[in-house]
Design a protein around this ligand. Structure first.
Ligand SMILES: [Zn+2]
Length: 295
C-alpha cells in the first residue's frame, strides 16, 4: 500500500478531492479515502454518467430524476444509496431460496428469469456479476427484454482480451454443474462460484441478442480510474461514439464539497488505516530505542 499524491484528483462518486489508496489488484485499486469506492466502481459510475450526459459531476451531485428506472444486481459500495435517492433504482440480490425472486420485487431478482415486464428499465447494471450467472445466455436475453428501446446494459466482467473464446470453468448440463477447472470463488464474501472468465467472443454473443455493443477500454486519471474494460450494450438503438470520447475538459472541475459520508469514512479508515497501526507502533518503538538506548 502506498499513497499517490498528485494534482487534484476527484472521486466521481462522492466528490472527494485528494489522494487515493493504491492496491496491487489494478481493477480494484485506488480506494477513495472518503467513500472507499474502488477504481472499478468509479469506472462503472463514470460510464453511467456518460450515458446520462452528466459524467462531469460526481454521482452525489447528480440531479434527482425519479423517471429514470435502473436495475442492478449486487450493487456494492457507496453509490447504491446515492442512486436510490436520485432514481427509481432497484439494487437487487440473487437468492435462489427466496420466493420473492419470482415476483417483480425491487430487492430480489434472478437475471436468468426476471419477473419484470418487457421494456421497463432505462439502464441495467451488472458489475462483476455475470461470471457467476449459471446460464448467462438466459441473463443476456432477459436483460434485453426488460430494457426500454434505446436502453443501455452496462457490464463489467473478468475479461481476457487475449482469449478468442470465453474460458468455461464450470460446464452446465441440465441441473448438473460439471467442474472443468479447479473451482474459483469470489464476490459475496468469496462464496460465489465463477462459471467462466470471458474472452473476445463476449461482444458478439451480446450482439446475437440484438444489442449494439461497445467495448470501452479506458482510464480517467482525473478520477483515479485505472485501466478498465466496460461493455455498453444498447437495445434497438445505436452507440453515439461522440459520447464516449473521454475529453480532457472532463478534468476541469469546479471546487466542490465532498459528501460527508461518515460511516463510509469510518469503514475506509478501519479497513485501510487500522491495519497499519502495528507498523506505526514498531516505528515509534524503534525511534524511542534510538533516542534512549539501554545502557
Ligand atoms: Zn469517494
Amino acid at each position: 500500500m502506498m499513497d499517490i499524491h498528485s494534482p487534484p484528483i476527484r472521486c466521481n462518486i462522492c466528490g472527494y478531492d485528494g489522494s487515493f489508496i493504491h492496491k496491487e489488484n489494478e481493477r480494484e485499486s485506488m480506494i477513495c479515502r472518503n467513500c472507499s469506492s474502488s477504481s472499478r466502481l468509479r469506472a462503472v459510475m463514470y460510464i453511467l454518467g456518460t450515458c446520462l450526459g452528466i459524467a462531469r459531476l460526481p454521482v452525489v451531485a447528480w440531479a434527482k430524476n425519479k423517471e429514470i428506472r435502473i436495475l442492478e444486481s449486487s450493487g456494492r459500495g457507496p453509490y447504491p444509496m446515492m442512486l436510490k435517492e436520485k432514481f427509481d433504482y432497484y439494487n437487487t440480490e440473487y437468492d435462489p431460496d427466496s420466493e420473492l425472486m419470482k415476483r417483480p420485487f425491487t430487492a430480489y431478482a434472478d437475471f436468468q428469469s426476471l419477473a419484470y415486464d418487457e421494456g421497463v428499465f432505462d439502464y441495467v447494471i451488472a458489475s462483476d456479476v455475470f461470471e457467476h450467472v449459471r446460464e448467462d445466455a438466459k441473463g443476456f436475453s432477459e436483460i434485453y427484454r426488460v430494457l426500454k428501446k434505446g436502453g443501455a446494459f452496462i457490464l463489467t466482467v473478468p475479461y481476457n482480451h487475449e482469449w478468442a473464446q470465453t474460458l468455461t470453468r464450470v460446464k452446465v448440463e441440465g441441473d448438473r454443474d460439471i467442474e472443468l477447472l479447479p473451482p474459483e470463488y469470489h464476490g459475496g464474501g468469496g462464496q460465489t462460484l465463477a462459471y467462466r472468465t470471458y474472452g473476445r467472443d463476449l461482444p458478439d454473443r451480446l450482439r446475437a441478442f440484438g444489442f449494439s455493443v461497445a467495448l470501452l477500454n479506458f482510464d480517467a486519471s482525473q478520477h483515479a480510474i485505472t485501466r478498465q474494460i466496460v461493455f455498453v450494450a444498447i437495445k434497438e438503438g445505436y452507440l453515439d461514439v461522440t459520447k464516449y470520447h473521454f475529453l480532457e475538459t472532463d478534468a476541469r472541475m469546479e471546487p466542490l464539497q465532498a459528501s460527508p459520508l461518515f460511516l463510509f469514512r469510518l469503514f475506509a479508515f478501519l479497513k485501510y488505516n487500522f491495519f497499519s497501526a502495528p507498523y506505526f507502533i514498531s516505528e515509534v518503538r524503534r525511534r524511542l530505542r534510538d533516542r534512549f538506548p539501554k545502557s
